[in-house]
Design a protein around this ligand. Structure first.
Ligand code: ACO
Length: 382
């Protein structure tokens, strides 16, 4: 049987959550083209959509927001772990992974793995992610985290906690909502697949989401926007773009924020986030930096075609993620954890979907090692 390296083109699940068309460069989330939903929906509306398959009406949204609000506190056990992590200067993505594991302590229905209980766990997870990341940033910077403020959306709460109590501007909240919705779900990406594999063993939702965070951390998946921003800063001015990028490609370095396993045309999320970044930088950030990023992108695409002809390497979501998240004042260490705040909506929706129609995910491997070796006692081994 031929092996599919990296499981490329292997269909591992049926899903109603999102459709990724890599050849046409299209992403559909529960029936809505990304360009339609991302600039308009709040993160809460996207969560509801992913978990229920349709958008909420006004009353349902109000009730749903109240449900999330009821889970918007920091459990003592989680705070304890975060304090220890901050003391050891653990990076935020690792602290998030550790913190999510502690949520078993406040499991609303321990040992009850029904879909209804997992739905409650999903609410708890989505509500607590922004609290954990925002509060940890304060702790890591030697400050006591402030209490979450009542009646804030998840996006506003995150920025409020991260900044130590500043009320974020509507422009920042809109840009962050667009970002969180844009990354909410994306087919069978590596972290979502991880969550589904863990769920398929009949393990619990906290384990599935903890594993997914681990998968998202790597630079081949969610860890690219920090280095993408570093590259734009290193370039600094348009006339240096060609020289710096040429040097990187000559050394065999990968340009972070470019290339994708599925998209062989431009990642549609890059366009949505580029438009969100332009709006944001025009009104509330440094327009020159946005213009520089656009110029660097143009040079990078030209040089990628020159150095890697025929690979169809295009801008991916991470490049303009860097621009949006930097524009709302987040440091690059928080880029991947902010991605996780958005993607936990998709992870939990996939866990619920996998659970509804579960079969153990258990592929095979092809053995390529030696056979028929003879046992040698330890004292006789070379
Ligand atoms: N810069 C330079 N060269 C690249 C890049 C890049 N960003 N991406 C791929 N290539 C080259 C590879 O060197 C390889 O060249 P070769 O055929 O001469 O050896 C060829 O393109 C194919 O690369 P693969 O690694 O086989 O492609 P794959 O589909 O496995 O990789 C990936 C996809 C990991 C995203 C890759 O494009 C990459 O490393 N990009 C940079 C990191 C990044 O932006 N990650 C975020 C992805 S988006 C997300 O997960 C949310």
């Amino acid at each position: 049987m031929p092996t599919a390296s990296g499981l490329e083109n292997v269909i591992a699940a049926e899903t109603r959550l999102s459709m990724v068309d890599g050849t046409a460069g299209k992403l559909v989330i529960c029936g809505y083209p990304l360009e339609e939903i991302a600039p308009n929906a709040t993160y809460e509306e996207a969560l509801y959509l992913l978990w229920n398959g349709r958008l909420p009406n006004a009353k349902e949204l109000k009730d749903f927001e109240a449900e999330l609000e009821a889970e918007s506190s920091m459990p003592d056990s989680t705070l304890l772990v975060l304090k220890l992590a901050a003391k050891a200067k653990v990076p935020t993505m690792d602290a998030l992974r550790m913190a999510v594991s502690t949520l078993s302590v406040v499991d609303p229905k321990p040992a009850d793995e029904s879909i209804e209980s997992n739905r409650q766990r999903a609410v708890l997870l989505a509500a607590k992610f922004p609290i954990i990341v925002g509060s940890y940033w304060q702790l890591k910077n030697g400050k006591e985290p402030i209490k979450p403020k009542a009646k804030l959306s998840r996006a506003a709460q995150f920025l409020y906690l991260f900044s130590g109590g500043e009320t974020p501007s509507p422009e920042f909240v809109r840009a962050l909502n667009t970002y969180l919705v844009t990354v909410s779900d994306h087919g069978m990406n590596a972290s979502t697949f991880t969550a589904r594999v863990i769920t398929s063993t009949l393990s619990d939702m906290f384990s599935a989401v903890t594993g997914a965070i681990g998968a998202l951390k790597g630079p081949a998946h969610g860890g690219a926007p920090g280095p993408a921003l570093d590259m734009v800063f290193e370039i600094g001015k348009p006339e240096r773009a060609e020289e710096v990028i040429r040097r990187m490609l000559t050394h065999g370095d990968r340009l972070m924020g470019f290339g994708h396993r599925v998209y062989k045309v431009r990642d549609p999320r890059a366009d949505v986030l580029s438009a969100a970044a332009e709006k944001l930088y025009e009104k509330a950030a440094d327009r020159d930096l946005y213009d520089l990023a656009k110029y660097v992108e143009k040079v990078a695409l030209r040089l990628l075609e020159e150095y890697k002809p025929g690979r169809h390497l295009q801008t991916n979501v991470e490049y303009f993620t860097a621009m949006v998240l930097h524009g709302i004042g987040l440091p690059s260490e928080l880029f991947s954890p902010t991605f996780a705040i958005g993607r936990v909506s998709g992870w939990t929706a996939h866990v619920l979907e996998q659970q509804e129609n579960n079969r153990l995910i258990r592929p095979q491997s092809e053995y390529v090692g030696p056979r028929n070796l003879k046992w040698v006692p330890v004292e006789k081994r070379a």
